[in-house]
Design a protein around this ligand. Sequence first.
Ligand code: IPM
Ligand code: MG
Length: 365
Amino acid sequence: MKLRIAVTAGDGIGPEVTGEAVAVLKDIAAQGGHDFSFVEKRMGGVAIVHDGMPLPKDTLDAALASDAVLLGAVGGNEFNSLPPDKRPEGGLLALRAALGGFANLRPCFSFKELTANSPLRPEIVEGADILFVRELLGGAYFGKPREWNREKGIGYNTMVYTRDEVTRVARIAFQLAQKRRKKLTSVDKANVLEVSGLWRAAVNEVGKEFPDVALEHQYIDAMAMHIMNRPRDFDVVVTENLFGDILTDESGVITGSLGMLPSATIGGKVNLYEPVHGSAPDIAGKGLANPLGAILTAALILRYSAGLEAEAAAVEAAVRKVLEQGFRTPDLVRGNAQGLTVLSTKEMGAKVREAVASELLAASS
Ligand code: IPM
Ligand code: MG
């Protein structure tokens, strides 16, 4: 298996956690005789400082010439006064648009060992396993017109979708539901927004192709509550860009730390992989960051770009194993730390690699 991976580690904790994810991929390549190559490029705040823009052409070209892009995190408080398209986040949105992936898959699951970490009660979160499919290239993030007119004291964005933009992401969500528990929840605000009326009609239309998947609709406000009350009732959840941004951060509460959650964006020219967490500038460079979200993101590269399902599953099993063994990064310790071993970012990465190696050995013998 040959795979060219462009790595844009980005800002804050991005380089630390991405380094651990890349180390896992290198081990897997060495063990399985795969040819994975990595090219590192600047992106986000680090690129603003070095190159004067958040997404330099050289980075974009390398991303477009690769099979997969692995992104760490972007953003930093020092860039907050820049206009939106000049900020690190603007570079990320431009990269997403250029790569063309419109279906952002964000799995959210409860780890048995981390149930005590969630502020929700264990009996609520235990066994929760939701796959969010967030539409990534439309809605208010990209809609025009958009403006903040300071003189007139007015600002606006446009939440806009075409039917085709909805049907293509809905189809992916239905297909994923078919491979899981065959339930799809579509989230909108159709009681108020026209764009949501279109969304709902288009999802219903696609639903006719998938009679084996049970489809339900929820309003975004009610859904924000249901996810906290009864997360186990949901299987695949499809929603528009901004609602998906909000719901997936909220769902980090189920896992107990946003630092655990991976994502993969598919459907375009080049798949884009990024952990859900941000750049966490307050803990950057201190070895305190949790690399498990980035490592689980590497597992998604193996699954969706390399077609190495056994290896992807081995990485996921390895993460479960180190948690079972009581290893934690500081964000994963809440309250009583008895019986737990707190590790640095690098130490945690090394533990996972050890566990991956024994998973693969066990699978091959
Ligand atoms: C995310 C982030 C991004 C988003 C930011 C950094 C632009 O919050 O991936 O969820 O809003 O999409
Ligand atoms: Mg977000």
